[in-house]
Write a protein that binds this ligand. Sequence first.
Ligand code: SAH
Length: 476
Amino acid sequence: MMQKNDQIRLIIEDMGVGGEGIGHYNGMTFFVKDAVIGDEILAKITKVKKNYGYARLEEILAPSEYRTNPRCELHRKCGGCQIQAMDYQAQLAFKENKVRGNLIRLGGFAADFIDTVMEPIVGMDEPYRYRNKAQFPIGLDRDGNLVAGFYAARTHSIIPVSDCVLGVAENREVLDRVLAYMRQNKVRAYDETTGKGLVRHVLIRYGFTTKEIMVCLVLNGDELPMEQKLIQSLCELEGMKSISMNINTSMTNVILGDETRCIWGEAYITDYIHLRDCSNEAFARTDMAIAYRISPQSFYQVNPIQTEKLYSLALSYAGLDGTQTVWDLYCGIGTISLFLAQKAKKVYGVEIVPQAIADARNNAKLNGITNAEFFVGKAEEVLPEFYAAPDADDSMKSPDVIVVDPPRKGCDEACLNTMLKMKPERIVYVSCDSATLARDLRILVDGGYELKRVRPVDQFGHTVHTETVVLLSQTK
Ligand code: SAH
């Protein structure tokens, strides 16, 4: 009988959906975090169940051919990058496999069929420094020094990171300056356990096309002592466009509070998303671009380069020629809607967060787009309401195309059912979770649609997450 703390030798034969290595020993399956498929390892058992268990990687006896030297030495501790030790090409294969596996197992599609509709994952040209947004907690390390970094697992102390390799190089200078200002002016970091102290997080956003920088300090209070000193220091940085404070005085691990005050510059930064040419794998940028204003609270895709490829694919799947009416459900700040509006007759966006809809309307104005209209509400309520409304326009009740881009939990069944009643010619499903995608596709396919194209797009290198864009068309 095997038990906790036993050491075992394992060959990692597979990877779980969370990026953990999977090996077998004495007829039992073991899950080992940080082990890579192909590794031969020594592992220490941490938990035993009936026919499976968990183990900790102790020593790599023979490294997998897919193992690579991770750029961040803290990757195992941080937990943000589950598969950074894996070669990027192997990461892409892992993600492709995960989407394929979910469609087969959870969607009930035949493997042979999936292989005919699935296209190769769109990877990144440069899988580091791709994130345009970073949020660093501020606190004390184990020795009581003021630092920015991430919370060590199961503790309240912070492991200092001055430079996360997924974020832009500019983050480091911003953090150094915020910390220097805090030390010089005796501004205290917030302490999660006591609820005392002032500075909780530093949020940094960067416009990849404009090189504009936004810094927002999240405070347990509404006043920064010697605020001008901080502003003076941050203003020296090239590209600084917006400095603000966000007030969050509740004992919560939600990062942002409700109120944000701009203390210098503009309340937003601007960034552009370019349409790309999807006719070949080069995905070359075209001249068509949409400007977006981003405030500290706005939802905005974190990987702007891959987002261009993802939205361009979604737009090409939509097959628009200027005559179509399109619904864009879960539209956020109108990112996809405004893209679609370039090639559609009319676009209707639906989103649950009122501020995001306000941003979407402003973004439409900013780009001179007049054929997009936005509604606040739940997709599963707004869509059925329009479908049932006697005075709603016919084109709203029977659109040509419906695009959905739901959060991880996928679409509500009421939403899917109304989509089926509306009978659009095409449905484009953009998904950030292939498990719920598989579930929803099954409903759409059983309801009269045919799966035409499936293409994963890697937005989050070194993590186990991936986006997928899918085209369905009405079965004739
Ligand atoms: N398409 C946008 C946003 C996608 S994220 C973009 O790419 O930028 C998913 C969005 O769905 C979020 O903005 C979230 O607020 C919204 N959302 C979540 N549940 C919803 C619901 N039931 N109805 C409508 N929108 C919802």
